[in-house]
Ligand binder design. Structure first.
Ligand SMILES: O=P(O)(O)OC[C@H]1O[C@](O)(CO)[C@@H](O)[C@@H]1O
Length: 445
């Protein structure tokens, strides 16, 4: 059976193959540190063996909860921010019909998201919409104290409780949070919600294969067993192949490119369904590596859409970028370009070809143009877009991120910088306990 593959040959006019191979011994030792939990941030390495440690009881419990929510609700709102929603959204969008929200004959609820922004119009429109819908809530916060999801949950819980009896409202809420700490844990215990625990040693951005990702994904009717199996296989492949694995190669080459002035990595997809995989990846790499004044800036584009907006910059702008393409070898569905007698659009030369053939030539043509234009190119290829290969892809990026962070000599498992905006926001909002910060920040205004 085929597995995820990486091709870095289109980086070798920019960095030498020999130099990239030169990372192997340090990569082997970083992998050892990840497996033996001896490197920086070693308290947060629970994700490394997560795929192989998920058991049948956990999976069937999640499926049962998902079935219960499905039986009750037409709309399930997933409340969370950052790692507490991006993994679920990445997989749900990748595996759902592109027009899912317009499909009326449904087997599964529509999954929508809240708590990932503080837009008042978004919030008002969501509350308005849900008034007349049968809905349920999955609220996810590892800390249990993050402002954005806490605010959304307060509002949505109020609406739910005004619509249903106390008992029914309780049965329509699932909370995923810390085992003991945080406001969400206290509330969930008091109210008697069904809860799942986010393990202490798994950070938000590495939590997609815990109930954080798996429950919403199962609610959307997506096969979580195949997803976990794909991740488990990639866990085994990486452990077996070590410094020669695809993940090790990716970590090594991106660091060598970074050393040679390529400070921005653009993740490219040619399937609109992968947009949120890139959003998930941006958090994974941005929060893991952007610290101590170091780190590749993770950016993303959707091609060919963005070739008509960002294509010019990528082809001819500052030469400090490289691209990583996620390529899917085969589309799942078939659409053939028809012949048109008049051929006024001049497209008859494509007649009989699949739309995916055209997409693939756009991909190859762009890759070659960008390489010619001074943009090194890494290709990460999966045979087909399904749950199994998404599982491989997610774990591949996670383990590569751990290795890459260690090559960069930072702690890839903390995010101290995120606190700065929170502190200012609380000071500006005059949160009790922030009096000194309030005075200090007001003096700056
Ligand atoms: O799950 P929580 O604790 O609400 O955090 C959500 C997100 O916020 C961060 O902690 C950053 O503030 C991310 O690391 C995390 O994914």
């Amino acid at each position: 059976m085929e597995n995820l593959k990486i091709d870095i040959s289109k980086t070798f006019t920019f960095v030498s193959e020999e130099k990239v191979n030169g990372y192997k011994s340090q990569v082997a030792s970083h992998l050892k540190s990840l497996y033996e939990k001896t490197g920086r941030g070693s308290d947060f390495l629970g994700w490394v063996n997560l795929p192989s440690s998920i058991d049948e009881a956990q999976l069937s419990d999640i499926e049962t909860t998902a079935a219960n929510l499905k039986s009750k609700a037409d709309v399930v709102v997933v409340i969370g921010i950052g790692g507490s929603y991006l993994g679920a959204r990445a997989v749900i969008d990748a595996m759902s019909n592109s027009f899912d929200h317009l499909i009326t004959e449904r087997k599964n609820p529509v999954v929508i998201y809240a708590g990932q922004n503080i837009g008042e119009d978004y919030t008002a429109e969501l509350l308005e919409l849900l008034k007349d819908k049968s809905f349920a809530l999955v609220v996810i916060s590892k800390s249990g104290t993050t402002t954005e999801p806490a605010l959304a949950f307060r509002l949505l819980k109020d609406l739910l409780e005004s619509k249903y009896s106390a008992e029914e409202a309780k049965d329509r809420i699932v909370a995923i949070t810390d085992a003991k700490k945080g406001a969400l844990r206290t509330l969930a215990d008091q109210k008697g919600y069904k809860t799942y625990v986010i393990p202490d040693d798994v950070g938000g951005r590495y939590s997609v294969l815990t109930p954080v990702g798996l429950l919403p994904i199962a609610v959307a009717g997506i096969d979580i067993r195949a997803l976990v199996k794909g991740a488990k296989d990639m866990e085994e492949i990486t452990a077996k192949e070590g410094e020669n694995s695809a993940a090790a190669t990716y970590a090594a080459v991106r660091n060598e490119l970074y050393k040679n002035g390529k400070a921005t990595e653009i993740l490219v997809n040619y399937q609109p369904k992968l947009h949120f995989v890139a959003e998930w990846w941006k958090q994974l790499y941005g929060e893991s590596e952007g610290k101590e004044n170091k780190g590749i800036f993770p950016a993303a584009v959707d091609f060919s859409t963005d070739l008509h907006s960002m294509g010019q910059w990528i082809q001819e702008g500052v030469r400090n970028i490289f691209e990583t393409i996620i390529t899917v070898s085969k589309a799942n569905k078939t659409v053939i370009v028809p012949t048109d007698e008049a051929d006024l659009d001049g497209l008859n030369f494509l007649a009989g070809k699949r739309v995916d053939d055209v997409n693939k030539m756009a991909e190859l043509g762009t890759l070659l143009a960008h390489v010619d234009g001074g943009v090194p190119n890494i290709k990460v290829e999966i045979p087909v877009l399904n749950e199994y290969y998404l599982g491989q892809l997610l774990y591949f990026f996670e383990i590569a991120c751990g290795i890459s962070g260690y090559i960069l000599d930072i702690n890839p498992f903390d995010q101290p910088g995120v606190e700065a905006y929170k502190k200012n926001m609380f000071a500006l909002l005059e949160k009790p306990g922030f009096e000194a910060e309030t005075a200090a920040i007001k003096a700056k205004l």
